[in-house]
Design a protein around this ligand. Sequence first.
Ligand SMILES: [Zn+2]
Length: 94
Amino acid sequence: MSQSATKFVLTEEEQQKALAWLNANDVGKCPTCNSSQLEANPTLACLPTANTKGVVSLGEIFPCVVVTCAKCGRMQFFSAMTIGLMTKTEEGES
Ligand SMILES: [Zn+2]
C-alpha cells in the first residue's frame, strides 16, 4: 500500500480511486438528495471500536474514507480496506 494511506492522508489519485470504486459498486449517488457530486475527503477518518464489554478502545480502529455530498453535505463513511486503499496487514502502524 502507498505511504500516504498509512499516514491516513489520501493523494488526489487515491481520492479518485475511492470515487471510482463507489461508481463501480453502485453507490456513487447521495442517498439523501440523489446527487452524483460526491467528494472524497483527503483525510481518512478512524472509527474506534468497542470490546465485548462495550468499552470503547483505541486499540483497534476502522480506517474510513469520508465521502461528502457537495450538494446537501451528507457525509458517508466507507471502509478504506474494502475500497482497497489499505490492508489489514498494516495494523500496528500508528
Ligand atoms: Zn446529497
